[in-house]
Every structure is written in C-alpha cells, then in structure tokens.
Ligand binder design. Structure first.
Ligand SMILES: NC(=O)c1ccc[n+]([C@@H]2O[C@H](COP(=O)([O-])OP(=O)(O)OC[C@H]3O[C@@H](n4cnc5c(N)ncnc54)[C@H](OP(=O)(O)O)[C@@H]3O)[C@@H](O)[C@H]2O)c1
Length: 262
C-alpha cells in the first residue's frame, strides 16, 4: 500500500512525506518537476530505506490530476492514504493581484484537491480502512483582508473535508482536515511570519512539528487537526467570541505585514 502526497517536494508536504517514511509507509510524491522533488526522493530513500516514487507535474494545469491518476494506475501503485497538501498562499489586496494568479491558486487549493479525491475514491473504498487528509489552514476559519481568495479557498477545503468525512464514514474511509497556522516552510513564509504580531507571532511552527502531529492525529482518525497548543487555544477561543472582536485580533496580527513586499 502507498501514501500519495501532493506538494511533497518542499515545505509541509516534504515533512509529511518524511514523517510517513519514518513510519515505514511507502510514499508517492507529487510536486513540480525539478531538483527539490529529486532531492526529497533521494533523502527519503537514504534516510529511511523506504519505497518512494515521484511524479514531477504542474498541478495548476487543468486535468493534471488525470495524469496523476494515470501514473498511479500504470505503475500498479495501490493507495490507501491520500494527502492533498498542495496549495499556494498569497497576500495583497484583491485588486492588486493578477487574474492568472487567482486561477492558479483556485486550481491548486480547490480544484486539484477535489478532483484527486474524486478520482481515487473507489480505490480508497476498496482498500479501506483508508485515509484522506486535506491541508486547509487556520486562515480558513477567519475573515482576512489581504488574503481574501486564500482564506476563502481554505474555508472550502475545511467544509469539503468535514462533509465528505460524514459521507465516507460508512465506507471506512476516514477524512481529516489539517489546519496549520503560520509555518516556516519556505523563504517567503519565513519572511511574512517574521512580520506577524500578537499571538500569531508566537504560534509559528516548523514543518516537521506540523507533520508529526498531523500524521499522529490522522492515523487516530481525528477530523480537524490543528497543530500547536497556541493555535488550538486560539481556534477554540475564536469560536466563542463575536466576529468583530475576532477581526480586531486578525487585523492586529497582519497589520505589519507589508502587502506589496513579497
Ligand atoms: N506555510 C504556512 O504558513 C501554511 C499555513 C497554513 C497552511 N498552509 C498550507 O500548507 C500547504 C503546503 O504549504 P507550504 O507552505 O509547505 O508550501 P511550499 O513550501 O511552497 O511547498 C509547496 C510544495 O508544493 C509544490 N508545488 C507548488 N506549486 C505546485 C504546482 N503548481 N504543481 C505541483 N506542485 C506544486 C512545491 O513544489 P517545488 O518543491 O518544486 O516548489 C512544493 O513541493 C499548502 O496547502 C498551504 O496553503 C501553509
């Protein structure tokens, strides 16, 4: 059996792949073609002696998800865990970002996640007990000016995952949604995270820490996975305070992030 992970060449996806391989799970990595994917595959094989294969593909291309499915089928990889992790963040006022970027962001954050889940569903049912884990974000719980499309796309991932979980329960396909807060996963996010204020600043985690908690909780069948104690507390408090107070906190956290710098 294999675990398929998208966006697995770097950042949280890479950490998830390393975490799975460290638990002797066979992993299939899907990411942009290039040295990062190749290096990750080599690292996993050397460090964990695990079975690891990769597909270099741009998942923002429409119907790329069909190519992923074809690759899995042609190679007779049998999957029982699907981790839809690929996604891109953004910041800046809605009208300051180019149309083509939103097309790509929605394709990666929403379309690819939905379509891969749909394509692999019969396999996951056949291989049950099985798991689907979709990477959402803490951002999906809040109204965040400057991250309008990103936050809305992650709210989609959250509700999609939670509804699907109920549908698939009788089939023993367990759906989880991973909702990380700020994670120092790449140069851009590290720079943005440095500018955060308030609770958000102290809640930043490393991808390895996020991945460990994510895989631990996914395997126990947890529905909503929020890595880190501060993030969990913040989430629960935010559910009981009025929206206008939430917005004050969000405004304060992101106030210093230069919208046009990165
Ligand atoms: N970092 C955070 O603070 C944070 C917080 C909450 C949620 N998240 C979510 O966590 C997930 C991972 O984020 P991250 O920060 O770890 O991202 P990242 O560091 O940018 O890594 C993204 C991975 O996805 C791959 N990728 C990017 N565009 C792709 C495309 N068009 N087709 C195929 N693969 C592509 C990259 O490939 P290459 O290696 O070739 O570049 C890389 O392996 C995303 O869904 C993100 O929204 C992140």
């Amino acid at each position: 059996m294999y675990t398929l992970i998208t966006g697995a060449g770097a950042g949280i996806g890479k950490a998830l792949a390393m975490e799975c391989a460290s638990r002797k799970m066979n992993v299939l990595l899907v990411a942009l073609e290039g040295p990062e994917l190749e290096t990750t595959i080599t690292e996993i094989k050397l460090k964990y002696n695990a079975e690891c294969h990769g597909l270099g593909i741009d998942l923002s291309h429409p119907e790329s998800f069909c190519k992923v499915y074809k690759w899995v089928k042609e190679n007779n990889f049998n999957i029982n865990i699907l981790i839809n992790n690929v996604g891109v963040g953004s910041k800046g006022d809605f009208d300051h970002t180019k149309t083509f970027f939103y097309e790509k962001q929605l394709q990666l954050n929403i379309h690819t996640t939905t379509m891969l889940t749909h394509l692999f569903l019969n396999d996951l049912k056949a291989n049950a007990p099985s798991h689907i884990m979709n990477t959402g974000s803490m951002g999906g719980f809040f109204i965040i000016p400057g991250k309008t499309v990103y936050a809305a796309s992650k709210a989609y991932v959250y509700f999609f995952s939670k509804s699907l979980r109920l549908e698939l329960k009788p089939h023993n396909v367990i759906v989880s949604v991973l909702c990380p807060g700020g994670t120092d996963s790449n140069e851009n996010t590290i720079a943005i995270n440095k500018e955060l204020k308030g609770i958000a600043k102290y809640s930043i985690l490393m991808p390895e820490r996020v991945a460990k908690e994510a895989i631990d909780k996914m395997l126990t069948g947890k529905a909503r996975i929020i890595p880190g104690t501060i993030n969990k507390i913040y989430y629960h408090i935010s559910r009981i305070i009025p929206e206008f107070i939430q917005q004050i906190f969000v405004y304060y956290a992101f106030r210093h992030v230069d919208k046009h710098k990165y």
